[in-house]
Design a protein around this ligand. Structure first.
Ligand code: BGC
Ligand code: CA
Length: 299
């Protein structure tokens, strides 16, 4: 597709919460609480942004947490170096209940999300971002842990199509968002292919969210943008960001009409930060399309 013909939405992103997060990540909407949870992986902090009054509170956490999901039975689950467990926001603790089978030294957990059956999909990565030691796991509510993919450097953005037939998985270092045929019954993946390949000048694909029309919204680390792809993988819209490192996005608000976007300041030079002082902040874009609700952990 010719870039010039793609709709550009340059001034439609609001900074809703100024922050200096190093690695702002993992936005997740809690409808029952009316809050958007997000976190700073490197600073070991979890934030709770109250959409009604624009207030935010923060909790320091003991372990490194890379992502949070809602739990069907109530509460939250979080991923740490050891596996996944119940996350208590009021105490900042994680009670690990499902452990990784094998994760090499030097790896850390990264992006994760639950499918409609309540299975928790979690990718890992080499913390130094060089070795292909990253894996993708599927944690079942009954305690089973399945390694689904291996050999990835940075496992990233995960999502499902509205009809639950396609699974999206982001391989950041190879600048690819992959699509797989997905069985909602078993959770198995088949027929891997490249859904979208990101040009070098547009950075690396990071976290993603899917809308009700099957549009895939992907954050570009080092790309100053969010791209919406149509289900056939064509670029539909580009949302220009005031920061170079948007990291992830999630739909929130009572009707899932708001796209919340996290960002990072880690690794930016003083000069880059002067040009993008909002790096690390939380942003919101109103695309006019509702998001698909994400799954909740069934364990
Ligand atoms: C990781 C970062 C990484 C970035 C690259 C993020 O999900 O947490 O460590 O640099 O992806 O896209
Ligand atoms: Ca990410």
């Amino acid at each position: 597709m010719i870039e010039q013909k793609v709709k550009q939405y340059p001034l439609q992103v609001d900074c809703v919460c100024e922050s200096e997060a190093q690695l702002g990540e993992g936005p997740v909407w809690s409808k029952s609480e009316g809050v958007l949870y997000w976190l700073d992986i490197k600073n070991r902090q979890v934030f709770r942004y109250h959409v009604d009054n624009g207030q935010q509170d923060c909790q320091k956490v003991e372990p490194l947490i890379s992502c949070i999901v809602l739990r069907r039975a109530g509460g939250l689950f979080a991923a740490t170096h050891e596996g996944i467990g119940l996350f208590d926001y009021s105490k900042g603790t994680v009670a690990i209940s499902n452990r990784f089978n094998t994760e090499p030294e030097g790896n850390r957990p990264n992006d994760g999300k639950c499918d409609s059956a309540g299975r928790f999909w979690l990718g890992s990565m080499d913390d130094a971002e060089t070795k292909p030691t990253g894996n993708l796991y599927r944690f079942h509510g009954d305690g089973a842990v399945v390694k689904v993919l291996e050999g990835v450097v940075i496992s990233n953005g995960i999502g499902w199509s509205p009809d639950n037939k396609i699974f999206y998985f982001t391989d950041s270092v190879n600048r690819a968002i992959l699509a797989f045929d997905y069985s909602a019954n078993s959770g198995s993946l088949q027929n891997p292919r490249v859904f979208a390949h990101i040009k070098k000048e547009h950075g690396y694909p990071d976290g993603l969210a899917v809308d009700v029309e099957g549009g895939v919204w992907s954050a570009h680390w080092d790309g100053w943008r969010i791209t919406r792809y149509t289900p056939d993988g064509n670029i539909d819209r580009i949302i220009n960001m005031p920061v170079p490192r948007p990291t992830s996005c999630a739909f929130g608000g009572s009707d899932l009409m708001d796209l919340y976007i996290t960002s990072a300041s880690i690794g930016l030079t003083g000069q880059q930060l002067a040009k993008a002082p909002l790096s690390g902040s939380l942003f919101c874009h109103k695309p006019g399309i509702a998001g698909l609700a994400v799954g909740e952990y069934n364990g």
